[in-house]
Design a protein around this ligand. Structure first.
Ligand SMILES: Cc1cc2nc3c(=O)[nH]c(=O)nc-3n(C[C@H](O)[C@H](O)[C@H](O)COP(=O)(O)OP(=O)(O)OC[C@H]3O[C@@H](n4cnc5c(N)ncnc54)[C@H](O)[C@@H]3O)c2cc1C
Length: 417
C-alpha cells in the first residue's frame, strides 16, 4: 500500500479496532504487525488437533465494546457454567450465581463455600456493580479489592475459599490490591451475561476483525523499529509516512517506541495444557483452588466447553499458575502432583501438550493505575497510542482504547464530530 492516511503499529485487539474504525471513515490505513498473524495476546495455536489459546481467557458477552464491534453470533460462543467448582477441604464444592442458576444454587446453598450471609453479600455486590451505567463504575471512589470485600462484610472463608481464587484468575494477582473499580466492572460483566470461548478458540475474535479490513491493509512480519512525527521505520529499514501514526503495541513495546511512555506494572501467568483420556470434571466448569496453598490457581475443562478444542475421544485441560517459573519441568511435575489430590490417580495418564509462560500478560489494575480510568490516547497532533494499558486490562478495554484513538485521529483530521 502506498501513501496511507494513517499507520497503526500493532494488530492486537486495540490496533484492529482502531484500524476498523478508521477504515469505516474511508481512510487508507496501513496496519503493521510484528508477528505473522494478528491477535497479539489473543491467539489460538493448533497443536496435534487441540486448540490452545495462548493463556486461559474468556470472552464476556456483556462487554459493551464487544457488542459494538463484534459479530458474537458468528463466533459461535460456547459458555461456562455461571459459577465454579471449588477445591477446598479435600473435596469439590459447587458455587453458582443464585440469580442465574436458582435451582442449583438452592441445592448447594448450605453445603458449599461461605455462609448464608455471604450469599446475600454476593447479591449485594452484584446489585452495586450493576447499578447505574457502565461508565459510572469507573468514576466511583476507589479502594483495594481487599478493603472493598472487607467493607461488604464477607467472611474469611468466602474470601479465601472463593473470591480470592476467582478474582486472581481474572486479575492474575492473588494480593487483592486490584482497584475496586475493576472488581465492580468484572462483577457487572460476569453477572450481566455469559462467559465463553468461540467454538474455534479465542483467536477467532481478532481473525473476525482482521477479515473485515480491506485487502492489503494488514501487513504481518512487519516489526516497527522507530516512530517519530508522522513516520515509522520498519526493522528492515523501510520508511513509511502518513498524516497520523497510532502505536497499538503491547505495553513494553509501546514504551520502547514512545520515549516517556511509562511501562505499567504487569501481572504474569503460566498456562499448562494437558491431553486427558477423559475430563476430570464433566461439564463446562471452571475449577478454582480454594485451599489457599499450592501453585494451581484454576483449571478449565476446555473441551467440555467447546468440543472442538480437542480431537474426538480426548479431553483438553487448561491449568493456570500465577507468575512465571524458570523451571518448566519442575512446575509441570508439581502441578500434576497437586492435581492428583484434586482429581485422583487418573492424572498420571495426562499427557503434557504445551506450556505458555506469559510474563507480560496483563497491566496490574491498581488504584494508582486506574486514576484516571481512561488514560489519554492523543500524545501530540498526529501521534496517538492505544492498548489495554490506556484503558482496562481486558478485551473490552483494548477494543475501547482502539475506538478512542480512532476518534482522536478523526477529530484532528476534521472528520469526526
Ligand atoms: C493470559 C491472559 C489472560 C487474559 N484473560 C482475559 C480474559 O479472560 N478476558 C479479557 O477480557 N481479557 C483477558 N486478557 C486481556 C486481553 O487479552 C488483553 O487486554 C488484550 O488482548 C490486549 O490487546 P492490545 O491490543 O492492547 O495488546 P496486544 O494484544 O498485546 O497487541 C499488541 C500487538 O502489537 C504487536 N507489536 C508489538 N510491538 C510491535 C512493533 N514494534 N511493530 C509492530 N507490531 C508490534 C504485537 O505483536 C501484538 O500483536 C488476558 C490476557 C492474557 C495474556
Amino acid at each position: 500500500m502506498s501513501n496511507p492516511d494513517v499507520i497503526v503499529v500493532g494488530a492486537g485487539l486495540s490496533g484492529l479496532a482502531c484500524a476498523r474504525a478508521l477504515v469505516q471513515s474511508r481512510l487508507k490505513v496501513m496496519l503493521l504487525e510484528a508477528e505473522a498473524k494478528p491477535g497479539g495476546r489473543v491467539r489460538t495455536d493448533v497443536h496435534e488437533g487441540f486448540l490452545l489459546d495462548r493463556g486461559f481467557q474468556v470472552y464476556l458477552t456483556a462487554y459493551p465494546e464487544g457488542q459494538r464491534i463484534l459479530d458474537v453470533e458468528a463466533l459461535k460462543l460456547h459458555c461456562f457454567m455461571p459459577g465454579a467448582k471449588v477445591w477446598r477441604g479435600g473435596r469439590l464444592h459447587t458455587v453458582v450465581d443464585p440469580l442465574r442458576q436458582p435451582v442449583t444454587a438452592l441445592a448447594h446453598l448450605f453445603g458449599s463455600v461461605g455462609t448464608f450471609w455471604d450469599k446475600l453479600r454476593v447479591l449485594e455486590l452484584r446489585q452495586l456493580a450493576r447499578s447505574g451505567e457502565e461508565v459510572d463504575v469507573w468514576l466511583r471512589p476507589q479502594r483495594t479489592s481487599r478493603r472493598y470485600l472487607e467493607e461488604l462484610g464477607f467472611t474469611e472463608e468466602m474470601v479465601e475459599g472463593f473470591l480470592r481464587p476467582f478474582l486472581a484468575g481474572v486479575f492474575l494477582d492473588r494480593s487483592l490490591m486490584t482497584s475496586s473499580r475493576f472488581l465492580e466492572f468484572v462483577f457487572r460483566m460476569f453477572s450481566s451475561g455469559d462467559a465463553g470461548v468461540p467454538e474455534q478458540g479465542m483467536g477467532a475474535i481478532p481473525e473476525q476483525l482482521a477479515a473485515k479490513l480491506p485487502p492489503g491493509c494488514l501487513r504481518g512480519h512487519a516489526p516497527v523499529a522507530e516512530v517519530w512525527g508522522h513516520r515509522a521505520r520498519l526493522a528492515d529499514g523501510e520508511m513509511v509516512g502518513a498524516q497520523a501514526v497510532v502505536v497499538a503495541a503491547d505495553p513494553p513495546a509501546a514504551a520502547r517506541l514512545l520515549p516517556g511512555m511509562p511501562v505499567p506494572m504487569m501481572n504474569a501467568v503460566t498456562c499448562l495444557y494437558f491431553a486427558a483420556p477423559a475430563p476430570p470434571v464433566e461439564g463446562p466448569w471452571l475449577v478454582l483452588n480454594g485451599e489457599g496453598r499450592g501453585v494451581v490457581n484454576n483449571v478449565a475443562m476446555m473441551s467440555e466447553v467447546s468440543p472442538a478444542y480437542a480431537p474426538r475421544g480426548q479431553s483438553l485441560v487448561s491449568v493456570s499458575v500465577l507468575g512465571v517459573s524458570s523451571d518448566g519441568e519442575a512446575l509441570r511435575a508439581r502441578v500434576c502432583e497437586e492435581l492428583k489430590e484434586w482429581f485422583g490417580a487418573g492424572v498420571a495418564e495426562w499427557r503434557h501438550l504445551r506450556t505458555y509462560s506469559l510474563p507480560f500478560a496483563l497491566p496490574a489494575q491498581t488504584v494508582e493505575a486506574l486514576e484516571p480510568p481512561h488514560r489519554p490516547v492523543r500524545l501530540s497532533p498526529g501521534l496517538y497510542v492505544c492498548g489495554d494499558h490506556r484503558d482496562s486490562a481486558s478485551i473490552h478495554g483494548a477494543l475501547g482504547s482502539g475506538r478512542r484513538a480512532a476518534e482522536a485521529v478523526l477529530t484532528d483530521l476534521g472528520l469526526y464530530s
